[in-house]
Design a protein around this ligand. Structure first.
Ligand SMILES: [Zn+2]
Length: 287
C-alpha cells in the first residue's frame, strides 16, 4: 500500500475464499486479456491510514470493514496478455505468507513465461517478488520502472533508508534486467503508460486500448473504493499529498466520464470495476 507496510502487516488472507471464480478475476478488453492476482491482504486501521477520514464516514462502507473496524487492502498484481507478450504489472509485497506465486499457479500463469514486469512505482508492496532469494522470480523477463521513480529512490539519502529498493530493485540493475520508461511509453501497441504523480514522484498508471475497448490500471492513484466519493482522502503513504490529491481527482473524474474497465490493485479482490455515479454519489462498481 505504501512505505513500510511490512511493519504494519497483520495477517494475510490471500484472495478471499469463494471469490476466485465469482466474481471473475479474468476479463478481456478488446484483444487484451487481464487476470487479476493477489499477494495477500494487509490489516490496517482506516482512520490512521487515511487521516482525512472519520469513523462515521467509514461506517458508510460496512463491506470494507471487519469486526474490528479494520480494512484489508489487497496487494494486487495484474497479468496481461497483449501483443503476444505475457506482462505482469507490480509484484506484490512478498510477505512471509505472500500468495502471489500460488495465485499465479492457480491461474495457469508460469513465472518462467513472463516476458515483462512493469512496476507502477517503487514502493515495497509493488516490487516484493521482483527477486526471490536474490534471483529473478521471473527468469525470462525484463523489468520496466518509471525513470522519475528510479531517480527519486536511488538518491543516496533515500536509498539508504529503503531496504526494499536495495533488495528488490538495485539487483535488477546489476543483472542488467532493468529498463527505465519515460511518460507516455508504449509497452505494446495496446498498453500505454500515463504519469500519475504524487503518491510517488514517478507513479505511473497504464491505459489499455484495444479493438475499440478501453481499460485502465490504476496503480496507487486510489487505495480504497471509498475514495470514489471521498476523493480528497490521502493515504499516509503519499510522498506529495497535494499533487496526489490533484492527480486522484483528475484521473477518477476522467474514468467516471469515459467509463473504462479499471483494475485497482489495492481494492478488494478482484479489484475490477468502474467508477460510476449513483444517485448523485460517485461509487466503485465492481464487476
Ligand atoms: Zn501500494
Amino acid at each position: 500500500m505504501g512505505a513500510n507496510p511490512r511493519s504494519r502487516l497483520g495477517r494475510s488472507d490471500g484472495p478471499r475464499k469463494g471469490c476466485r471464480t465469482m466474481p471473475s478475476n479474468r476479463v478481456t478488453i478488446g484483444n487484451v486479456e487481464l487476470v487479476s492476482l493477489s499477494d495477500g491482504n494487509g490489516d490496517r486501521d482506516p482512520v490512521e491510514t487515511f487521516p482525512d477520514s472519520t469513523r462515521e464516514q467509514w461506517a458508510e462502507y460496512p463491506e470494507l470493514l471487519d469486526a474490528d473496524g479494520h480494512v484489508h487492502p489487497r496487494y494486487g498484481t495484474a497479468a496481461l496478455r497483449s501483443g503476444g507478450k505475457l506482462i505482469i504489472v507490480d509484484t506484490g509485497l512478498q510477505a512471509p505468507d505472500g500468495t502471489l506465486l500460488d495465485d499465479m499457479r492457480a491461474n495457469g500463469i508460469d513465472p518462467g513465461a513472463v516476458d515483462l514486469v512493469v512496476l507502477t512505482h517503487l514502493h515495497p508492496d509493488h516490487v516484493g517478488w521482483n527477486l526471490t532469494d536474490g534471483k529473478p522470480t521471473f527468469p525470462n523477463a525484463r523489468y520496466l520502472a518509471p525513470r522519475t521513480d528510479w531517480d527519486y529512490w536511488t538518491q543516496p539519502s533515500v536509498l539508504e533508508a529503503s531496504a526494499h529498493v536495495q533488495d528488490q530493485v538495485m539487483p535488477l540493475q546489476d543483472l542488467n534486467l532493468l529498463d527505465l520508461m519515460d511518460d507516455d511509453y508504449n509497452i505494446t501497441d495496446e498498453l500505454k503508460t500515463m504519469a500519475t504523480p504524487g503518491h510517488t514522484p514517478g507513479h505511473t498508471s497504464i491505459a489499455i486500448s484495444s479493438a475499440g475497448q478501453r481499460g485502465f490500471i490504476l496503480g496507487d492513484v486510489a487505495h480504497s473504493p471509498a475514495q470514489a466519493h471521498y476523493t480528497d482522502w490521502n493515504p499516509v503513504f503519499d510522498i506529495d499529498p497535494v499533487r496526489s490529491r490533484k492527480t486522484r481527482h483528475g484521473v477518477i473524474d476522467r474514468l467516471e466520464t469515459e467509463g473504462p474497465l479499471v483494475s485497482a490493485g489495492h481494492f478488494p479482490h478482484p479489484g475490477l470495476g468502474r467508477f460510476v455515479r449513483r444517485e448523485g454519489r460517485r461509487v466503485w462498481q465492481g464487476i
